[in-house]
Design a binder for this molecule. Structure first.
Ligand code: AVJ
Length: 323
């Protein structure tokens, strides 16, 4: 059976509207939009497609690490409820569930996602494939959902945050999220982080500028999403997409750039936005991490690093830490 809770309050809609207004009315600094607007149903599908692109190495690299080391990882954690932030299709989580099943651990899974459709779909599929699994899904932002977790039913909980989605968070947001995680967990609980590690722009930039244009479509879809959510008239084809590496900040930055001067109207927000030629919207940052720096950062937030697993090229890291 699925237990299913909608953790998003009526405040979400207001917050989303405010985030769009704030991001698109920035005058001196550049325009920006929060990355959760990528993930409507179409956007989630496009992201699944990105994950299979030849240039986009993170998904398959992380999957390799999980395939190779899942048993070792779950043995370190013992019997645990798996809480997953941004569960999406839960494809990689299956590798952890399989490893738990091999240990004869009880299977408890609490996926959290902003996209209710993909969450319910994948939960149904999981329940068919794992007859003893109990699923408790939460729809909402990570912070909303973490505040609404049910009482713990196994000795420990492990919050899994895979796919390097932490890289989407600006430093202050990252601090807040990790503090929230540490506050939610009890002594002895775990955090399993999948992190894309810093590397040459010759590898990073193609991963975000794929030859089939799927990443570009994924970015333009954000504008279509705003159109239906907020009664907008963005023409996505008036924007060029580019992902650029910023070496000072060790991060990829994704931009939609207006080709020509034009106005966009978002009726439900009573907002008119002016674009000058070449003016960009920053749709996403994707920070690239360093394991030693992350170890110190985690320690400062009450999490001690237990072990890190890598792929042979050390492009990606899976970090297990404990409260
Ligand atoms: C899901 C945020 C980890 O930053 O690599 C992929 C999203 N954007 N291609 C990433 C993404 C463009 C992805 N994360």
């Amino acid at each position: 059976h699925i237990e299913y809770v909608n953790a998003s309050s009526h405040l979400t809609a207001t917050n989303d509207a405010e985030a769009v207004i704030e991001g698109l009315t920035r005058s001196r600094s550049r325009k920006t939009l929060p990355p959760q607007f990528f993930y409507d149903d179409k956007g989630s599908q496009l992201f699944e497609k990105i994950c299979t692109l030849p240039e986009y190495y993170p998904t398959r690299t992380e999957a390799w690490i999980l395939q190779t080391y899942a048993s070792e990882i779950v043995q370190k954690m013992g019997e645990c409820e798996l809480v997953e932030l941004g569960s999406g299709s839960s494809t990689k989580t299956r590798l952890l569930l399989d490893a738990c099943a091999r240990q004869n651990y009880p299977l408890r899974y609490l996926p959290i996602d902003v996209s209710g459709g993909i969450l319910q779909e994948s939960a149904k599929q999981l329940l068919q494939d794992y007859p003893t699994l109990k699923v408790y899904g939460l729809v909402g932002t990570y912070e909303q959902a973490l505040a609404k977790l049910p009482p713990v039913s196994l000795p420990h909980r492990a919050i899994c945050f895979l796919g390097s989605t932490l890289g989407n968070f600006y430093p202050e947001e990252c601090d807040r999220l990790l503090d929230r995680m540490a506050a939610t967990l009890n002594k002895g609980d775990f955090v399993l982080l999948g992190l894309d590690l810093d590397k040459s722009p010759t590898i990073l930039e193609p991963a975000y500028n794929d030859s089939q244009g799927v990443t570009a479509a994924f970015n333009r879809n954000m504008l279509s999403h705003l159109n239906w959510r907020f009664g907008g008239n963005f023409d996505p084809d008036l924007f060029d997409y580019e992902g650029r590496y910023n070496p000072e900040k060790s991060q990829m930055e994704m931009y939609l750039t207006a080709r020509q001067s034009h106005q966009v109207r978002l009726e439900k927000l009573d907002l008119t936005v002016e674009f000058s030629p070449g003016e960009a919207i920053l749709t996403e940052i994707s920070r690239k991490f360093n394991v030693d720096r992350m170890e110190n950062y985690l320690r400062d937030r009450g999490l001690s690093l237990i072990q890190t697993w890598h792929d042979p090229q050390k492009w990606f890291g899976l970090l297990l830490s404990q409260v």
